[in-house]
Design a binder for this molecule. Structure first.
Ligand code: SF4
Length: 473
């Protein structure tokens, strides 16, 4: 219990070494004993509860954004490897946590790394803990210590903080970018070797060094392609009092969110970096997600017939992700076809987003605003581009409702995204239509086909949403 009491301040300090990539809707949770516990997504997709803690908050570096920088008047704490490992295991035995994220301020590079390693060795060898451990690598740590860390931990990371050494110099005067990248390179060279269990991630501080989204994502792209990183995390800069950057404005969380969306396109959707759309200042659109922006810039790729498109085409449609695309293909293999937007919704798609970009059995589901699309092609940028996109998207998806968009647009009331009352939304009852039924519909006269479709899945001739029969049109 003594160890748990000593851990408290270092758990609190560790919240500054964090990002909001734990997934939408997750929040830090208070466990018994008032400790901070973080939900974390594992590489296999599972989410676990993890203790995030520093070995010490004393540090010889003076990074301009950091709560624990040298010379800042905060009380310094230190945990011996014995204390930290014992305290963590008490939390594991009480089932508060199942994983550990272990970081540290730097008091001598190799000396600090050895302390971290000692803590993890006690956990693995004395307590037999085989759960998830994410271990920080200190900048400039010796090669043998890095290798040992990768044998013990499931994941290791060096925080690059900025996309290039030049930008890093505006954030952390004493850290050397070349040294950090050399560490990342060395870790990459060890991944997959005998006895190595760890993969690698890193983190960028977003918005404090004047870098653009292009700078950040091109560095991330290089890390994925050349250095085999599993994830890059983006942490919106938030000023800390009594630091050189205390007057610097905070970075909107929306920017961090857009970077994660673009990152997903690179990692999960098969987009090439060159396909991402940036404005003239090298930034992503704030107003619309990067996949939607890409789709709006490529009218030649749409509309896509939803019942014949392959996986690669499906995941390019706004509102349809890899999971929905796989479900759709599975349904097709089982002899089912999508008959309406409601069917798409049932498969997990954001049907309103997809509507202007798809055909269902040859029938368009929405319209794009040609005039605004032209203004995009003619090179509008910045706020002008945002407004054009919002205007176009509003007209394209009029009649759909998106709580997520309303929430994101709270920061941008001037853009005037139309807020629709969910109670006004009318749904058409629908089911996925078996292939055999659909093919028979194709040859029936229009009136009887309408009656048949109305019976099966609600009328498709208008958007009134009448449930069955009696269509006056
Ligand atoms: S190295 Fe920099 S970011 Fe890390 S604890 Fe020290 S001052 Fe903070």
């Amino acid at each position: 219990m003594i160890a748990l009491e000593k851990m408290q301040p270092l758990v609190e300090e560790a919240r500054f070494d964090t990002c909001t990539a734990c997934g939408e809707g997750f929040h830090r949770q208070r466990a018994p004993y008032d400790r901070w516990i973080y939900p974390t997504k594992l590489p296999d997709g599972r989410t676990i509860r993890m203790l995030r803690i520093l070995q010490t908050n004393a540090c010889m570096y003076d990074c301009f954004y950091c709560n624990n920088r040298a010379g800042r008047p905060v009380r310094r704490h230190f945990l011996q490897p014995e204390e930290l490992s014992k305290g963590f295991m008490e939390m594991v035995w009480r089932r508060d946590v199942v994983g550990l994220f272990l970081s540290s301020g730097i008091v001598g590079v190799d000396e600090t790394q050895e302390r971290l390693l000692e803590t993890v060795e006690i956990l693995r060898e004395r307590y037999g803990f085989q759960g998830y451990i994410h271990l920080k690598i200190m900048p400039g740590a010796s090669a043998d210590l890095i290798e040992r860390a990768m044998q013990l931990a499931d994941r290791v990371s060096i925080n690059l903080e900025a996309p290039t050494p030049e930008f890093l110099s505006r954030l952390a005067g004493r850290k050397r970018g070349e040294e950090l990248w050399a560490g990342v390179r060395q870790i990459a060279s060890l991944i997959g070797r005998d006895g190595i269990r760890a993969d690698q991630t890193t983190q960028f501080v977003v918005g404090a060094a004047g870098e653009s989204d292009f700078d950040i994502l091109s560095a991330a792209n290089r890390l994925y392609r050349e250095y085999r990183l599993s994830r890059v995390y983006y942490s919106a800069f938030q000023p800390v009092p009594q630091t050189p950057l205390e007057e610097h404005p905070p970075t909107p969380l929306l920017r961090e969110h857009r970077l994660y969306q673009a990152d997903w396109l690179l990692r999960k959707y098969g987009f090439r970096f060159e396909e991402l759309v940036f404005d003239g200042r090298g930034n992503l659109s704030y107003s619309l997600d990067p996949k939607l922006v890409w789709a709006l810039h490529h009218p030649e790729r749409f509309p896509i017939e939803i019942n014949t498109a392959g996986y690669e085409e499906l995941v390019r449609i706004p509102g349809i992700g890899p999971t929905t695309a796989r479900r759709l293909l599975k349904a097709r293999r089982e002899g089912l076809r999508v008959g309406s937007l409601e069917d798409l919704r049932m498969l997990g798609a954001r049907a309103g987003h997809a509507a202007p970009f798809i055909l269902i059995d040859g029938k368009p589901m929405g319209r794009l605003h040609k005039a605004v699309q032209l203004s995009l092609v003619e090179g509008a940028e910045g706020e002008e581009l945002d407004e054009a996109l919002v205007a176009m998207f509003s007209s394209a998806v009029a009649g759909t409702n998106s709580r997520g968009y309303r929430e994101r647009f709270r920061d941008f009331p001037d853009l005037g995204y139309p807020v629709q009352n969910p109670a006004e939304r009318r749904r058409r009852p629908s089911v996925l239509i078996p292939l055999s039924d659909r093919s028979s519909l194709a040859s029936t006269p229009r009136t009887s086909r309408l009656r048949r479709e109305t019976k099966l899945k609600g009328c498709t001739t208008c958007s009134t949403g009448c449930a069955a029969g009696g269509c006056a049109r």
